[in-house]
Ligand binder design. Structure first.
Ligand code: DSN
Length: 440
């Protein structure tokens, strides 16, 4: 056998090892989910090998008659689910969706407000000195929202004061961006509509983490609260394929469309548009029930940790209103999020380390931060409820607080996972959740 054939076979062997491991793990990564068998079936269709530049019906390529119909179905489902006047389902990721939003709503170098990373913002919202997409790619000057660490949310009065100060100083802000990667509580969008109108600013909302909850009507409704445009990736609480979406008021449709093509995209990954259409149809059918359980499970995770003495952020507010739970682990025997992450992974529990708002003043940074971030979406999709969240926390507690042998906990986790092998809230609930389609 040639060396290349061995490597070729090794790739398939690694895929199988990964799939098998996933079926034995507790995955609490807040930005991930498991897609339904129908979504996975759609994304391996021949669309994956095609091009379709432009808008359905106005393509630059021939051969798109069925692709166009699927994309139009996807657009209609997105508009219905999010009650949006306009939807563009072409962005290939959440970052590309954000770039489309910046391109449509601002001139290069314009100033914008966004959440800092330590307060839950995403790297695509960040300034150039951090390598953030907004600053490094578009040249936007990013000012950060004033953040209330106790309320774990944007400080409305102080932020309005800051916007007014900057406008009066001639540092004109053009765009207000809400949303991010860690925000357990709805952002105050409607509170900023008046000042946005006063200074001619537009409002955007990055719903990547919470788009599944928003679609179900269970978090906040940015497009009704004053946002002009909303972006998302489609594979977090919204359990679709790895892709993106832009939703906006009709008046911004043309600007968004040209930002997509010819601006940012040539191929827009047509197989994932098909997968997204399927995911949106399943969300319309099962989304409310799913989102309710996601939120109940996140609260149950937080409560179970709190009861065992862990320091969960925002206790006085009930910890979370979304899928996400933030925990300060700096006082645990492991002292930092990275050590916790590494030990839990060895015990088949997959979580993220996460920067806390107060890490910097404690001398910590993103490499060894004081926090961990947990999300309830994927385990909810597998049919887990509040009592399973308590069981999950007990596994975590054995590793982090009691220092138990990780291999023993890993074996117990794998045993526990045996009863949760199918995706719920989907039309097909029989195909194993982590099975992959094999053609060889
Ligand atoms: N970096 C991802 C997250 O975990 O939030 C989103 O792109």
């Amino acid at each position: 056998m040639t060396e290349h054939r061995q490597l070729y076979d090794k790739v398939f062997s690694l895929i199988e090892q990964h799939d098998s491991w996933m079926s034995k793990t507790i995955n609490l990564i807040a930005s991930e989910n498991v897609s339904s068998p129908a979504v996975r079936s759609a994304i391996v269709c021949d669309f994956r090998d095609r091009y379709a530049e432009g808008w359905p019906g106005e393509r630059v390529y021939a051969g798109c008659k069925y692709i166009d119909e699927v994309e139009l179905i996807c657009i209609d489902l997105a508009k219905k689910l999010f009650r949006a006047e306009f939807a563009d389902v072409r962005p290939v990721s959440g970052v590309v969706a954000n770039l489309m939003m910046y391109t449509a709503m601002m001139e290069p170098l314009d100033r914008m407000m966004a959440l800092s990373i330590a307060h839950g913002g995403h790297i695509s919202h960040a300034r150039k000195s951090l390598g953030g997409t907004a600053g490094a790619v578009r040249g936007h000057k990013v000012r950060n929202w004033v953040f209330d660490e106790k309320e774990f949310n944007i400080d409305v009065d102080a932020s309005i004061k800051e916007i007014r100060r900057l406008q009066e100083k001639g540092q004109e802000i053009r765009f207000l961006l809400f949303g991010g990667s860690v925000f357990p509580f709805p952002h105050p969008v409607k509170e900023f509509r008046e000042i946005a109108d006063e200074f001619g600013m537009h409002i955007g909302y990055d719903s990547a983490h919470v788009s599944g909850l928003i679609a179900a009507g269970r978090f906040q409704d940015p497009l009704r609260e004053g946002a002009d445009i909303m972006t998302a990736s489609t594979h977090k609480t919204l359990p679709g394929p790895q892709h993106g979406i832009v939703l906006s008021k009709a008046e911004f449709a043309d600007a968004v469309k040209v930002a997509a093509f010819p601006g940012l995209l040539s191929n827009h990954h047509l197989h994932n548009v098909a997968g997204l259409a399927v995911a949106l149809a399943e969300m319309i059918e099962f989304g409310k029930e799913y989102a309710d359980q996601v939120i109940r499970n996140a609260k149950a995770l937080a409560q179970a940790l709190h009861e065992r003495g862990w320091n969960v952020v925002a206790e006085h507010k009930g910890f979370t209103e979304s899928h996400v739970v933030l925990v300060d682990v700096s006082e645990t025997p492991m002292k930092d999020g990275r050590t916790v992450e590494e030990h839990l992974e060895r015990a088949n529990i997959i979580i993220n380390r996460n920067l806390l708002p107060w890490d910097k003043k404690m001398g910590r940074d993103y490499r060894r931060p004081g926090g961990i971030r947990l999300g309830s979406s994927e385990m909810t999709r597998l049919g887990m409820k509040e009592s399973e969240m308590d069981a999950i926390v007990e596994f975590m507690h054995r590793v982090v607080m009691k220092g138990e042998d990780v291999d023993r906990v890993a074996a117990d986790v794998a045993e526990f996972r045996k009863d949760f092998q199918k995706v719920h809230f989907a039309f097909d609930t029989e195909t194993p959740a982590y099975a992959h389609l094999r053609f060889r």
